[in-house]
Ligand binder design. Structure first.
Ligand code: ASP
Ligand code: MG
Length: 687
């Protein structure tokens, strides 16, 4: 004959409603075979009986009376109430030490009466006679004998209470009903031991402290014991040994959600290296299995440091880690450790629609492919290129392998197909693509752009894009447009966000001109020849006059200024080109000829500057004056104390002066290059 032992905790039987749930669970199991029901006292009862003052006893009388009233009717109600009254009479007369044992007697008396009423053949087993503390063999013998001599379908036994070796009534310790149940299960070689409580099994942390805690579906006896002996209240630690020795699985179930998640504790191996985190008196126990706890030490330290907690001690104890923290930070520490060891960040898919097929787009594609695994691990984001386009063709494949074979309107296709949370990457040099930004943003598609033409548009258009992004809760980022991977726009925006007043910005952001001016020596290679070389090396625009004319620097200055909250327009900027305006007419070849002819004037200016100990830099600047901000672009002679004096090659720099700080903020570094641009776009995507 095979038994199932069901144990219910105090909150599972705390009221008539709760008891009805218990009865449902018991009846289901009783339909399958013999059942031993072990119950705790109704919640709060043991505490009240330990106090044992008249007020506490009265309150318990009231609660039990209430349960009886709701569970029974008519004559049966009177009979059960009589028995309850009798028990309260005995309780009042009982020796001080025995009063605490009445809670379990009361709860099981009511449960037995109800099950009897429903027609079950029930027997109430007196645990005070059967369970001998610290003597398992004798306990098992007595339980078996009692069951053999009193046949029934359903046995009901109070948990917690027992006798010592000399026949004196006592208890198994607080929380001991779990252990009672294990003793019954072991004695009867039960096929199932179910501990029904008010949480869904043993969880990776106490859900009252860590809301992200989740149920551990299966675990070994060892780790259950480790959790239970270090503060996991859901299971009384001594429960594990009898079940383990008898080879019985322990199920920890939630009586408030009987069909929900639960834990099975058994002989199998644990499914993972780390099992859960428990805590007691400032000690945190990170329960692990197999390897030495030492290999979690660094990660635990790191997790705590991230929330500003210095552990008082961290030491491995077998496969687990014992961590001591100040009581005041206990819950923060628990959450941080839980996050690090048990919470996998949900991986978020980010679908990317890239526009542009030039060097930046290619570098970006390559970079995304290479860095995908590490990005996923670092940020929990899984990047997938699902759209691409050059100026004539496009391809969209939500599976991640788009081919450039379709003709038509790429943006329209994106609007129709893009899943929520997609990003549009503008890696083109298009003058007009910005006109489509609003429709993308309004469709909930964020934009990351390296196309500075999109942001050097008239201010109202610029402001409208930002408004569309804000209103639709999506990103619009373009950190790449000034200084490539250097954090220039970010730094400017930070000042503006914190109401730091911008006094001036000097931006040396024209890579082409930095390179040429830096390499230009009066009397050496001519300016025209250096420019040609730069053009051949791909450092200039197709028409190098765009660089010399300061067009590119103008765009960057507009973007920088707007980021600082200054509503600068193109016509507000005073540009002094390096070479006379006439040279800007005609063909590129005519321009080069004219430039050769102008070499004398250029070298003279350079020599004059050199004699004074200056260097020539192409500077775009914005300065606060008595009547507003003044913006200019042109060559400036900078002295050695100026941060721009030391720039090398294509280096960029911005020098920002603001009201908050006596010294300028200087950001300097590589401001050009396809890889730099790609890395900057990637960071905007991930930020
Ligand atoms: N009623 C006892 C206690 O509160 C035993 C138990 O609930 O397991 O400690
Ligand atoms: Mg308990």
């Amino acid at each position: 004959m095979s038994f199932c032992v069901l144990k219910f905790g105090g909150s599972s039987v705390a009221s008539a409603t709760n008891m009805s749930r218990v009865l449902d669970i018991v009846e289901k199991e009783a339909a399958r075979g013999k059942v031993v029901l072990v119950s705790s006292a109704i919640s709060g009862c043991t505490d009240a009986l330990l106090k044992a003052d008249e007020a506490s006893i009265r309150e318990m009388e009231r609660r039990h009376g209430d349960i009886v009233k709701r569970l029974f009717t008519g004559l049966q109600r009177e009979l059960v109430q009589e028995r309850v009254d009798l028990l309260f009479g005995l309780l009042r007369q009982a020796p001080e030490a025995e009063k605490v044992t009445f809670g379990e007697i009361l709860s099981t008396t009511i449960l037995e009466a109800k099950l009897g009423e429903e027609g079950y053949r029930t027997v109430w087993l007196d645990s005070r006679e059967l369970v001998v503390r610290d003597n398992e063999p004798e306990t098992y013998r007595r339980i078996r004998e009692a069951i053999q001599t009193t046949p029934a379908d359903l046995y009901i036994a109070p948990g917690f209470i027992c006798q010592d070796g000399k026949g004196r009534i006592c208890t198994l310790g607080r929380g001991g009903s779990d252990y009672s149940a294990a003793l019954f299960a072991a004695a009867l070689q039960a096929h199932s031991l179910q501990i029904w409580t008010d949480v869904p099994g043993i969880m990776t942390a106490n859900p009252k402290q860590v809301s992200a805690a989740r149920t551990i579906p299966r675990m070994s006896y060892q780790s259950a014991l480790d959790m239970a002996s270090h503060g996991a209240k859901v299971l009384y630690a001594p429960t594990v040994a009898p079940a383990m020795n008898a080879g019985i699985d322990i199920e920890i179930r939630n009586s408030f959600a009987p069909e929900g998640k639960f834990t099975v504790i058994g002989a199998e191996k644990d499914p993972s290296r780390w099992i859960g985190v428990a805590s007691e008196k400032g000690h945190i126990r990170l329960v692990g299995v197999e390897l030495s706890g030492q290999d979690g030490q660094a990660e635990a330290e790191h997790a705590l440091q991230e929330v500003g907690i210095q552990a008082l001690s961290i030491r491995p104890d077998g496969p687990s880690l014992d961590i001591l923290v100040k009581e005041a930070v206990l819950e923060t520490a628990l959450r941080a450790l839980h996050r690090a060891f048990f919470q996998e960040l949900p991986i978020r898919e980010v679908n990317l629609f890239i526009a542009g097929n030039g060097v930046v787009a290619k570098a970006l594609t390559e970079m995304i492919e290479q860095s995908a695994p590490s990005v996923k691990e670092r940020t929990g984001k899984s990047l997938r290129i699902v759209g691409r386009a050059d100026s004539r063709h496009f391809g969209i494949d939500l599976g991640g392998a788009p081919k450039l074979e379709q003709e038509g309107d790429y943006i329209e296709a994106i609007l129709q197909q893009a899943p929520k949370g997609s990003l549009f990457i503008d890696a083109t040099n298009s003058e007009t693509l910005y006109e489509r930004y609003a429709s993308l943003l309004e469709a909930g598609i964020g934009i990351v752009s390296s196309n500075r033409r999109s942001f050097a548009v008239p201010y109202p258009a610029y402001a409208a894009m930002h408004a569309a992004a804000r209103e639709n809760g999506v990103i619009l980022r373009y950190g790449t447009t000034v200084g490539a991977a250097l954090p220039m726009l970010e730094s400017i925006a930070r000042g503006a966000n914190s109401c730091d007043e911008l006094l001036s910005v000097e931006a040396v952001v024209s890579c082409t001109l930095n390179q040429i001016l830096g390499g230009y020596q009066p009397g050496g290679e001519s300016f025209a020849s250096l420019l040609r070389k730069a053009q051949r090396a791909g450092l200039t625009e197709a028409d190098p006059r765009l660089d010399l004319g300061g067009r590119d620097a103008l765009r960057k200055l507009l973007i920088l200024s707007r980021e600082a909250g200054v509503q600068l327009e193109e016509q507000d900027v005073e540009i002094t080109p390096i070479v006379p305006a006439e040279l800007f007419q005609g063909t590129v070849e005519e321009f080069y000829k004219g430039l050769e002819a102008y070499e004398g004037a250029l070298s003279q200016a350079a020599r004059a500057s050199e004699l004074q100990g200056f260097r020539r830099r192409f500077v775009a600047s914005l300065e606060k004056t008595a009547d507003g901000y003044k913006a200019c672009i042109g060559i400036r002679n900078v002295p050695p104390v100026h941060p721009a004096y030391h720039l090398r090659g294509t280096e960029n720099a911005i020098i920002v002066r603001s009201a908050f700080h006596p010294y300028p903020l200087v950001i300097q570094g590589p401001g050009e290059g396809a890889r730099e641009a790609a890395s900057s776009i990637l960071n905007d995507i991930l930020r």
